[in-house]
Structure formats: structure tokens, C-alpha cells
Design a protein around this ligand. Structure first.
Ligand code: HXC
Ligand code: NAP
Length: 293
């Protein structure tokens, strides 16, 4: 048993239909693969149909499961409605929405145009509420229950972060939506939860957040108390659990999976991890010798 293995029982997501926005690449692709291995039907959706179709073909061949690739810009509500219709036409129903699509890049905020700010907020926040609203309306109208919405946020949804301010604003909004709807839509049998990952290497994120030589200079694993980045399967295991019936009593929560990263930055004296044993000996002598005035 190790952290690169699937955790749930075979067939845990059998007959469930799962829409994964941004499912053609990165973490969305990894989660799609695992959900297929657990017996789900998967719909992957984003702007680039060629990327989606290549992923769909690869994953169907690899897992023997069914994948529908649907082009859809989540910023556009009409396209989202059509994507949901295409899903129902193919699989008869939808059970889970995974809000995973995102846009982001590193930049001093004062260098951003208003349109650049809009672009990120529109993909992350508008995209997530468009999909959530379309699915919620559909499920409530059809009186369908036992549905789940899972959103991928980040730990800076609550700490904020310099140099990714539009993303931080938008992810905070997605988290607020998650907690709000957990209460409002529970009566309709819809659970809403979120995952806040720390660094999990993907091309999409790394090329935009730690490009070129900065990747070594600001090695993200050095910020993580566990001293490493995340394994995709670790996130996949958590996501599969949160959308499955095994987590039926978890509603409105955000689960952090970051090796302790955000707390490392939070504790007043956490930087003392670099102090050697000899230095601690010296410190102890000084502290024991301290006298009150
Ligand atoms: C300043 C920039 C810029 C940059 C784009 N813009 N890149 N401004 N610095 N580096 C500006 C453009 O000039 C334009 O404004 C506006 O942003 C929109 O850019 P477009 O290229 O027209 O937009 P679009 O083609 O829609 O592409 C969206 C994108 C792109 C977000 C810019 O990077 C993208 O497609 N990203 C999708 C995938 C992604 O970002 N994945 C990473 C998620 S990682 P003007 O005013 O000039 O018109 C993540 C991890 C978080 O979220 C946590 C990690 C630990
Ligand atoms: P990624 O591979 O770049 O994934 C982002 C996806 O979003 C792409 O497939 C992209 O596809 C899609 N997308 C972008 N704009 C879209 C739009 N307007 N409509 C529909 N789809 C759109 O990056 P990733 O690292 O896997 O990120 C996945 C999720 O994890 C994101 O929510 C991200 O914020 C979150 N996250 C990642 C990390 C990490 O370390 N990797 C950490 C914390 C949180 P198209 O370009 O084809 O549209």
C-alpha cells in the first residue's frame, strides 16, 4: 500500500456520471482517470476540443470506461446549459459536478489590465457558479437527489496571496458559494464540498506560476513541511471519496491537502525550523538566563 495507489473499493463510483470541467489536462485528467477506474462515466469539458478528445481517447483505451468530450467555455452560461444537455443525452443523468477549470498567472497586480483581472475571475468564479447553477436548477427541477458538487480551490482562498490576486479573489468566492449552498441545497439532496490543494505539479500551473529559471529558485516543495509536492493520486483519492456515498455526512467543508504548507507560513515562529541543535543549545542558555525587569 502506498500513496500512489487508488484507495477506494472497485466499483465505488459505478453508474455515476461525473462532469469534470478542465478535465482534459493536469489534475482534472488525473481525477477523470481514477473515477473511470472506479466505474464512473466521465464528461470532460473545456475550451480546446482537440485536447479533450485526445484525453478522452487515451482514457477510454486505458480504462475501458466511457468518456464524453464536450467543448464548453464555462464563462458562457448558454454553453454550460448545452454541455449539461449533451451529458444527459449521452448518459441519461448527471450525479456529480467537479468545478476544476481555472485560469491563473503570476503578476504584480498593478501590471494587470482590467481585462486580465476579469479573465481570471470569469474562468474561476463565474465558471464555477455557471456550472453549479445550471446543475442545481436541473437536479431540483427533476427532483433528483444524492448529488454532489466538488470544487477545487486553493489554500490562499482564505489566506489571500500576493501576485495571484484575481485567482485569490475568485477562489474565495468559490469557497463562499460552497459553504452557502451546503446549507441551502442540502434539502434537495445536494452536497457541496471543496478541496484546497497545495502544490501538485502540472504543466498548466507550473508554466504560469513558476516559469523558467524561477522553478529552481523558488522550488515550491521547500515551502512544504513534509518536504515534497503532492502526488496526483493523493488528490484523486480524496476527490473520489468526497463525491462518493462514503462521505455522505460531509457537507460544506473544505479539505486541505498541502503537506502542512499554509500553516508553515502562518505560525509566528515557524521559521525556526532552520535552527541547528547547537544553536538551540545556545538559545536555551540565553532564555534560561533571562530575568524579568
Ligand atoms: C499580464 C496577462 C498575462 C500575463 C495574459 N494577460 N497573460 N497580463 N501578465 N502573464 C492578459 C492579456 O494581455 C489580456 O489582457 C488578458 O490577460 C486575457 O488574456 P488572453 O490571452 O486573451 O486570455 P485567454 O486566451 O482567455 O487565456 C486565459 C489565461 C491563460 C488565463 C490568460 O493563461 C489560460 O488559458 N489559462 C488556462 C489554464 C491555467 O491558467 N492553468 C493554471 C491554473 S493553476 P488585455 O488587456 O491585454 O486584453 C492554479 C493553481 C493555483 O490555479 C495554486 C497553485 C499552488
Ligand atoms: P491546468 O492543467 O491548467 O487545468 C486548468 C484547466 O482549465 C485546463 O484544462 C483548461 O482547459 C481549463 N479551462 C481554462 N479556462 C477555461 C474555460 N474558460 N472554460 C472551460 N475550461 C477552462 O491546471 P491544474 O494544475 O490541473 O489545475 C486544476 C485545478 O486545480 C484548478 O482549479 C487549479 O486552480 C487547482 N489547483 C491546482 C494546484 C496545483 O498545484 N496544480 C494547486 C491548487 C489548486 P482549456 O485551456 O482547454 O480551456
Amino acid at each position: 500500500m502506498n500513496n500512489t495507489e487508488g484507495m477506494l473499493k472497485e466499483g465505488s463510483l459505478k453508474d455515476r456520471t461525473i462532469i469534470i470541467t478542465g478535465g482534459g489536462t493536469g489534475l482534472g485528467k488525473s481525477m477523470s482517470r481514477y473515477f473511470l477506474q472506479l466505474g464512473a462515466n466521465v464528461v470532460i469539458t473545456s475550451r480546446k476540443l482537440d485536447v479533450l478528445q485526445a484525453t478522452a481517447d487515451e482514457l477510454m483505451k486505458e480504462t475501458g470506461g466511457q468518456v464524453l468530450a464536450v467543448q464548453c467555455d464555462v464563462r458562457k452560461y448558454l454553453e454550460v446549459e448545452k454541455m449539461v444537455e449533451a451529458t444527459v443525452a449521452k448518459f441519461g443523468k448527471v450525479d456529480t459536478l467537479l468545478n476544476n477549470a481555472a485560469g491563473n498567472f503570476i503578476s504584480p497586480t498593478e501590471r494587470l489590465s482590467a481585462r486580465a483581472f476579469d479573465t481570471i475571475v470569469d474562468i474561476v468564479l463565474r465558471g464555477s457558479y455557471n456550472c453549479t447553477l445550471a446543475l442545481g436548477k436541473h437536479w431540483i427541477k427533476e427532483k433528483q437527489t444524492n448529488k454532489t458538487i466538488l470544487s477545487i480551490v486553493t489554500t490562499y482562498a482564505w489566506t489571500g496571496s500576493a501576485y495571484v490576486v484575481p485567482s485569490a479573489c475568485a477562489k474565495a468566492g468559490v469557497l463562499a458559494m460552497t459553504r452557502s449552498l451546503a446549507v441551502e441545497w442540502a434539502r434537495y439532496g445536494i452536497r457541496t464540498n471543496a478541496i484546497a490543494p497545495g502544490p501538485f505539479p502540472t504543466k498548466g500551473a507550473w508554466d504560469r506560476l513558476v516559469p523558467g529559471e524561477f522553478r529552481e529558485k523558488f522550488d515550491l516543495k521547500n515551502r512544504v513541511p513534509l518536504g515534497r509536492v503532492g502526488e496526483h493520486q493523493e488528490l484523486c483519492n480524496l476527490a473520489a471519496y468526497l463525491i462518493s456515498d462514503y462521505s455522505g455526512y460531509i457537507n460544506g467543508d473544505v479539505i486541505t491537502i498541502d503537506g502542512g504548507e499554509w500553516l508553515q507560513g502562518a505560525g509566528e515562529f515557524n521559521m525556526f525550523g532552520e535552527i541547528t541543535q547547537e544553536q538551540w543549545d545556545a538559545i536555551e542558555v540565553m532564555v534560561r538566563g533571562a530575568k524579568s525587569e
